[in-house]
Design a protein around this ligand. Structure first.
Ligand code: HEM
Length: 484
């Protein structure tokens, strides 16, 4: 019997889901929580039978949803640290394994791959469907060579040991072990190192220095309960049904589900970002009605202050800065948090309902699950621009086209979302090569529409490459050679 994917607030121990969770890879419904990772990209070189045999064997090392929970419980009971493992495949990976097309995941973006700039996706929500040929405006010529060449799959290894040296050693050993077992089967095209960065309160931050990973859809009741303790959920329901992130695995059995993965290596220009924020702050102070600093200007770009406090709520004191129980009902004209702010573009929290009269469920169905991790130097104040620093953006979703691509293309890159002349997302919005972004409009005083200031802010994040992948069920990976 299939699981009901419309369900919300399930529990990991739910007897109806035990077979599903044994087959479902970990890190989907809940993050794996380790601070260090290696993303091992590979390309098959063996014949399809040999490739299948290796995958079937490797499948026993993958951490399932239940396995991840057991690891957590064992660790809390005084047990040792354990490695976490995911395996994901691109569409060319399915081909190299000789899997018949009827067993391939169906999403059009997955089938085409991220490098295909010709394919047309239907990303316009309201009828006038005019798909653009390159919805992400990527410039593949600028990608790192490992991403320009074929990627058949990626193995994610994650670990957090007692010391950095133990962690590094263990992950290096695991990569070597992988290299050895892949000899004659696949070549490793890239080992991308990722590591969590934390502020002085041990909260996760990204390279511009802002707390990250605060707002994510929640699938388990226990996780929603955490959200409740952290400020409630009366104004923002973070719970999400399983079909936000899970689809039936076409190659698995009745209890087999998987998820689509968007991987993008996003480089951040930290020095350039803060220099431009200084300029924005000076301009706002001069032309607006309020003296502001670069940190405040940064909060207008991100939608939250560095400590996580939503800028739409900054007038209220006394609650956790990781507060997620907010919406924009008291800021319908974007005078506290501008419409273009990154968090407002990527989660409009009711704006589309107000603006287009579309059902709230449609807006919520665009949500993605973020499982990214930072890469590169930990220095948050480098001397030069475009240093080796950024975010290994990983989003999980039930549909790449309707969730990630829609969010990036129809919201972040769209100057007319949510209203005419809103401008692009100042963090991640990108126009096609040669197009010049229009200035965004910034409130010259918090909550006051009298003094709006036009200022163009973008171009401090660039994509160094990526791929669309599928994280199949463990059942499918274990039984490749038995598929008809
Ligand atoms: C280097 C690139 C990026 C940086 C530095 C960045 C940074 C941040 C920060 C600081 C937050 C606020 C904290 C939180 O709510 O977790 C956030 C939230 C978010 N970001 Fe990004 N982000 C980046 C790329 C992206 C991309 C490419 C997307 C999707 C197209 C995206 C989607 C989201 C979403 C959905 C949220 C949560 C919004 C909410 O629910 O309020 N981010 N990001």
């Amino acid at each position: 019997m299939s699981a009901n994917l419309n369900q919300t607030n399930i529990e990991i121990d739910d007897p109806n889901f035990q077979d599903v969770f044994t087959n479902l890879q970990g890190n989907i419904l809940k993050g794996h929580g380790r601070d260090h990772s290696r993303h091992v990209f590979f390309r098959f070189i063996g014949n399809s039978d040999e490739n299948c045999r290796w995958v079937e064997k490797f499948a026993s090392k993958i951490t399932s949803t239940l396995g991840q929970e057991q690891q957590t419980r064992q660790y809390k009971a005084g047990g040792r640290h354990q490695v976490f493992v995911n395996l994901m495949l691109s569409c060319s990976g399915y081909q190299a394994l000789g899997i018949k097309q009827k067993y391939w995941p169906q999403d059009l973006a997955f089938r085409s791959g991220m490098k295909d700039l010709q394919v047309r996706y239907d990303t316009v929500p309201r009828g006038d469907h005019q798909p653009k040929s390159n919805p992400l405006n990527d410039d593949v010529q600028q990608w790192e060579s490992a991403f320009r060449s074929d990627i058949d799959g990626m193995i994610l290894l994650a670990y957090a040991g007692d010391s950095p040296s133990e962690t590094d050693q263990l992950l290096a050993d695991k990569v070597t072990e992988l290299k050895n077992e892949l000899a004659g089967i696949a070549e490793i095209t890239l080992v991308q190192v990722g590591h969590v960065m934390r502020n002085d309160k041990a909260q996760v931050i990204e390279h511009f220095g802002f707390v990250d990973g605060v707002s994510n859809p929640k699938f388990f009741f226990s996780d929603l309960n955490e959200e409740f303790k952290n400020g409630g959920y009366s104004r923002n329901d973070a719970s999400a049904s399983l079909n936000t992130v899970l689809v039936k695995d076409p190659g698995g059995d009745g209890n087999s589900y998987g998820t689509y993965v968007t991987y993008r290596k996003l480089q951040q220009n930290i020095k350039g970002f803060w220099k431009k924020l200084d300029l924005l702050a000076n301009t706002l102070s001069e032309l607006g009605q309020q003296k502001v600093d670069a940190e405040y200007a940064g909060a207008l770009c991100v939608g939250r202050f560095k400590d996580g406090t939503p800028i739409s709520e900054q007038g209220n004191d006394g609650w956790s800065n990781l507060f997620n129980n907010f919406n924009y009902d008291d800021d319908v004209d974007g005078l506290r948090c501008p419409f273009h702010a990154h968090t407002r573009k990527t989660n409009p929290r009711g704006d589309t309902v107000r603006q287009f009269n579309s059902p709230p469920t449609i807006e919520q169905s665009r949500r993605i699950v973020r499982r990214g991790i930072s890469f590169g130097e930990k220095n948050l104040a480098p001397d030069s621009e475009w240093t080796e620093a950024g975010l290994l953006f990983i989003s999980l979703q039930a549909s790449i086209v309707d969730q990630f691509i829609f969010m990036q293309h129809t919201w972040c890159n769209n100057e007319g979302f949510i209203r005419k002349k809103t401008g692009i997302d100042p963090l991640v919005g990108q126009l096609a090569n040669g197009e010049t972004p229009q200035p965004q409009s910034w409130p010259g005083k918090w909550g006051n529409g009298a003094s709006k200031v036009d200022f163009e802010f973008s171009g401090f994040v660039r994509n160094l490459g990526g791929e669309y992948l599928f994280m199949p069920s463990i059942h499918f990976l274990r039984h490749l050679s038995t598929l008809d």
